[in-house]
Design a protein around this ligand. Sequence first.
Ligand SMILES: [Zn+2]
Length: 217
Amino acid sequence: MTLDSTFLNTMRVAKETVVAIEYTLKDDQGNIIDASGERGPMEYLHGAQNIIPGLEQGIDGLVAGDTKNVLVPPQLGYGEYNEKLLQLVPLTAFGANTPQVGMRFHAETNLGMRVLTIKKIEGEEVTLDGNHELAGKTLHFDIKVVSVRAAEPTELAHGHPHQSGGCCGGGGCGSGEASGGGCCSSEEGSAGGCCSTEEPAAAQKQGGCGSGGCGCS
Ligand SMILES: [Zn+2]
């Protein structure tokens, strides 16, 4: 009997696999919003909502070495832009700080802790925007699957990968850079990330790193 070696070596992306991808994320105009680039591949646990649904669906069933263009509409990404998340506050609310358009900060809102962006400053009024910076955008991912492996039981229990750049592990966390698909990004927008505490967005499931889900650091 002859076994096909590709059969033996090929694990498809499916629920309960840990997948590493390289990606470039572009907007409708072809501008690069983010890329794994020098950060190296992003690793995530498939089927655990570590990344935005549209990207996860696009990767499903691929094998290591595959490349694909994945188009993610807003409803499968960061949601539609919601005007109700715009809020006016008086300039005086900033006290001694000088607000500037584009600045971001965390604030407690009636939707919980969110990242707010200063959208406009007019006279004594500041417009804050609680939308994710990628809300309403169609996302164009060019991805390459780098590796696929079965998840460890502890990874399944925690809902995220533990090795090589995983949420709690080797260097994935806290880089402070905007992360288009990555783990553990800081307050910058994270197009597919897990673990950022301040983004209850579509991409993220409660219970990941940073939201009290695990003590595996
Ligand atoms: Zn963990």
